[in-house]
Design a protein around this ligand. Structure first.
Ligand code: ACM
Length: 515
């Protein structure tokens, strides 16, 4: 089973959960029962004799005990989410058993972390709604419970906002896409476009909620905003131009006028009307201050130079989100750029920001690039598609621990969990997303769900039958033996990095945290 449960006691004796089985369930578990019928393709009419889904207050909130015996299968969860995870485990057991047979025994299980997330970048490459729903299904299958949707960036704006139609008329379309790493300066000549309507996003939120996945939206600001500024040049600092076609970071950022602040509040209010999550992402990463040099906003707002702009802006957005009862979710740059004490920070610039944020008393989601960035290359094989970043093998992801060494118990308690990040510059299709995401997300899921002891060979033994399950679900995962001939993407060449080079770069990038 994967992720590895806390305790598994299964015997060689087995039985069939037949087509005549019924399901009995406590109040509030009807949607879990409905999900399970679909997932295991059994009619499971309501009634006694077969399966029982029940709430047991003695179980941890997301934990469960699954007991299997010929006279009945019982899933007792600490909450509906716990029952759902027990049902996911039952689904795996049924798949692994021959002809739908179940072993007799008991599985007791609960997650190590309460935030087990995956980020999907739908800005660099738009992903149609049905593929997003499938992405959520697969995340929930691995007992992940958060989907961070990166909805906007320099290269595309993907959320319809009433009153700001040009965001999607102009900002959701770029004229061409860079092929491969930036150093090659190579492009296709094809427009890329797409955006989600309000109804699309509501559908995604509802579908995720049925699978106990909370969707955390992110609108990156005040940098990574070139697509919005292409649509409304008045949001910027005198620049006008197209949605960015190259990768990398745009210097075109928001100005701090009342109108621009009002735009940001409109967008966030709309986002909050769609997404019930407590955490609302405002990004805040990689925001160059070049355009704020000499800006009239400085004197008007009494700001002490360009580096004071982002902290001030973050404060404004945090106050607004607070007034709507929400909490700021942002990248770890906010540590020195105005994070309010209630912010939850996604610590990505290597391992140091997780430590610094936790020591400073911030709640943290640990996602160091060198362990959790699934756009980074999976092997040194020249057949890997667009190899970028440092080498991040399945074993490397499996070894990830969201809690770094050197924290006290109370500091470590600020680490809410971990997140794997699927940046899609080099993932031009859902099939490519599958290839880069799986099976590494299986290893990640174990790192955030299971107890911290690790045994990679034992993980591989469990992964092999699990891959057959992914085959049945149509997942285009990377084979353990390496890329297939058709997986290479020679038209989109990469730029592999070494770990020492990247660590040196991260040291520079996080100089702000040592001052
Ligand atoms: C990031 O990778 N810019 C968060």
């Amino acid at each position: 089973m994967l992720p590895r449960p806390t305790s598994v006691q299964l015997s060689a004796e087995n039985f069939a959960l037949g087509a005549g089985a019924h399901v009995a369930f406590d109040d509030g578990l009807d949607s879990v029962a409905a999900w399970l019928r679909d997932a295991i393709s059994l009619p499971l009419p309501p009634g006694e004799g077969g399966l029982r889904l029940t709430i047991d207050q003695n179980q941890p909130l997301e934990g469960y005990a699954l007991s299997t015996a010929p006279d009945g299968v019982v899933i007792a969860g600490g909450s509906p989410a716990g029952v759902f995870y027990g049902a996911q485990t039952l689904r795996q057991l049924l798949f692994d058993g021959d002809g739908g047979r179940l072993p007799v025994g008991r599985v007791v299980d609960a997650p190590r972390f309460r935030m087990r997330g995956v980020m999907l970048d739908v800005a660099r490459h738009f992903m149609p709604v049905p593929d997003v729903l499938r992405f959520i299904d697969l995340a929930a299958f691995h007992k992940l419970n958060h989907l961070h949707l990166h909805l906007t960036d320099d290269q595309g704006w993907r959320i319809e906002v009433p009153g700001w139609e040009r965001l999607t008329e102009v900002g959701a379309r770029r004229s061409a896409t860079m092929l491969g790493a930036r150093v090659h300066d190579r492009y296709d000549d094809r427009p890329h476009e797409g955006f989600y309507t309000t109804d699309d996003l509501r559908r995604i939120v509802a579908y995720a909620a049925e699978r106990f996945v909370t969707v955390i939206p992110e609108v990156d600001m005040p940098g990574h905003m070139q697509a919005a500024i292409a649509a409304y040049p008045a949001l910027g600092n005198g620049w006008s131009g197209p949605v960015r076609t190259s990768w990398g970071i745009s210097t075109h950022v928001l100005n701090m006028s009342d109108q621009t602040l009002s735009f940001c509040r409109d967008v966030l209010a709309h986002v909050c009307s769609i997404f019930p999550a407590e955490l609302i992402g405002i990004g805040g990463d990689e925001c160059p201050a070049d355009e704020w040099v000499g800006s009239p906003d400085l004197a008007r707002l009494g700001l002490d130079g360009p580096s004071a702009v982002q902290p001030w802006f973050t404060g404004q957005m945090a106050a607004f989100l607070g007034s709507l009862g929400r909490r700021v979710f942002g990248w770890d740059e906010l540590l020195t750029r105005g994070a309010p004490p209630t912010a939850v920070l996604a610590a990505w610039r290597g391992r140091r920001p997780t430590v610094v944020a936790a020591k400073a008393g911030f709640d943290v989601i640990s996602c160091p690039d060198i362990s959790c960035y699934l756009d980074y290359r999976q092997s040194d094989d020249p057949g890997e598609p667009t190899p970028v970043g440092t080498l991040l093998t399945l074993a490397d992801v499996y070894a990830f621990d969201p809690v770094p060494h050197g924290l006290t118990e109370s500091e470590a308690a600020h680490i809410l969990g971990g997140q794997a990040n699927v940046w899609t510059e080099h993932m031009e299709s859902p099939r490519r997303v599958d290839y880069m995401t799986y099976p590494r997300l299986c290893a990640f899921a174990e790192a955030v769900w299971s107890t911290p002891d690790r045994d990679f060979p034992a993980f591989l033994d469990r992964l092999k039958p699990h891959l057959r399950h992914l085959d049945a679900l149509g997942v285009n995962y990377r084979p353990l033996s390496g890329p297939r001939p058709g997986d290479a993407r020679p038209a989109a060449p990469g730029n592999p990095r070494t770990l020492p080079d990247r660590l040196a770069e991260l040291h520079e990038m996080t100089a702000d945290l040592r001052r």
